[in-house]
Design a protein around this ligand. Structure first.
Ligand code: ZN
Length: 183
């Protein structure tokens, strides 16, 4: 069991686009196991490789005690229904905010052994998969908040002990409507 240090908001690695896994080797299997251990130790519902400083397209998740992982995930939205849930992030500890997500997604990808896998996700699992896949593109959940919650998140992060009073950039979600002057 190996727990790796979790990178916090402001660490540049969280803003980088991760690259696809090419070698399904022991190093990858160690990474997946360490991600699972680190996620469970921190009581998280998911963790992506960039959160432990590794720029590879891999994440783990846990729901109802069942731990899973996906390598090189490809997420497809199903339908146009949305959901709003209180969401948090191990890289933004202790600061949950309401976040809008798709209700249903289908994910295809690979296991750490290189076997193809597919997950039909709905509700909470969909939230986790959307959140973790965002990490692989350098997107954080605070980027997807509405303007009011984003302002609250900025203030809360600034006030958080771990941030040292510095608020690095919260980005506008690629899917957020453009509001001139809102940022
Ligand atoms: Zn996160």
């Amino acid at each position: 069991m190996a727990i790796r240090p979790i990178r916090l908001f402001g660490d540049p690695v969280l803003r980088q686009r991760s690259v696809p896994v090419v070698d399904f080797d022991k190093e990858l299997r160690d990474l997946v196991r360490d991600l699972s251990d680190t996620m469970l130790d921190a009581n998280g519902r998911g963790i992506a490789a960039p959160q432990v400083g590794v720029g590879l397209r891999v994440f783990t998740y846990v729901l109802d005690g069942e731990v899973g992982h996906v390598v090189n995930p490809l997420v497809e939205v199903v339908g146009d229904e949305e959901q709003v849930n209180q969401e948090g992030c191990l890289s933004i500890p202790g600061l949950p905010f309401d976040c809008r997500r798709h209700l249903q997604v289908v994910t295809s990808g690979f296991s750490m052994h290189g076997e193809p896998l597919r997950i039909d996700a709905h509700g909470q699992l969909s939230v986790i998969i959307e959140h973790e896949t965002d990490h692989l593109d350098g997107i954080l959940f605070v980027d997807r908040l509405d303007p009011q919650n984003r302002a609250a998140a900025e203030a809360a992060i600034r006030a958080a002990e771990w941030s040292g009073g510095v608020v690095p950039e919260i980005r506008l979600s690629p899917h957020a409507p453009l509001r001139p002057g809102s940022r």
